[in-house]
Design a binder for this molecule. Structure first.
Ligand code: GAR
Length: 208
């Protein structure tokens, strides 16, 4: 059984999708053992508590140096013997120090079809604002491994979602969550825990 940590900053709907996938048995060989929030007021913390999952709050501004924050994060992951880290709307950048320790063991969900609308500054509603500004007719979501390039790691799963003429950033965000993120993220975790994701030359191959 793999111990999974889910890192959150906000509403935690993606965390909820993972909790539900665990409850229905979709995720075999893995258990959400820890939820870490970058904010004290994240609603995601309530979701974790309701599901009986241990929670911790780790504030970047609580540490003067990046190295001290990294050490605190790594210590928590070690304490809970974490083998998979899931970034589910986590808004603090993970440093190379942490990424190196968990190579191809950190996955992130991004609310666009990478390599569109990704990289520094593209998070949350900003992503959907940029997609609407450009006038794309489809957007979607991507689940990928985290490497040292922001939103640049090997892509695991993607799903396209239609953009409608009257969309606002909020309506587009919601449709992408419902039709893509909440399905892709549990599926990626399921595949990871089943040992079915192979990384070769910066790309993934899903075993069947
Ligand atoms: C999700 O849409 C997720 O894809 C996005 O933040 C939202 C979190 O919602 N993540 C990023 O933008 C990362 N670059 P949630 O807290 O309800 O899961």
């Amino acid at each position: 059984m793999l111990n999974i940590a889910v890192l959150v900053s906000g509403g935690g709907t993606n965390l909820q999708a993972l909790i539900d996938a665990q409850a229905t048995g979709q995720i075999q060989n893995g258990a959400i053992s820890l939820v870490i929030s970058s904010r004290t007021d994240a609603f995601a913390l309530e979701r974790a508590k309701k599901a009986g999952i241990p929670t911790r709050v780790l504030l970047r501004k609580g540490f003067a140096e990046q190295a001290d924050y990294d050490a605190a994060l790594l210590a928590l992951l070690k304490e809970f013997q974490i083998q998979l880290v899931v970034l589910a709307g986590f808004m603090t950048i993970i440093s190379e120090t942490v990424i190196r320790q968990y190579e191809n063991q950190i996955i992130n969900v991004h609310p666009a079809l990478i390599p569109s609308f990704c990289g520094p500054g593209f998070y949350g509603l900003h992503v959907h604002e940029a997609a609407l500004e450009k006038g794309v007719k489809v957007s979607g979501a991507t689940v990928h491994f985290v490497n040292e390039v922001c939103d640049g790691g090997p892509i695991i799963l993607q799903k396209a979602v239609e953009v409608l003429p009257d969309d606002t950033p909020e309506t587009l965000q919601r449709r992408i969550m419902e039709q893509a993120e909440w399905k892709l993220l549990p599926r990626a975790v399921e595949l990871f825990c089943a040992g079915k994701i192979v990384v070769e030359n910066g790309r993934t191959r899903i075993l069947d």
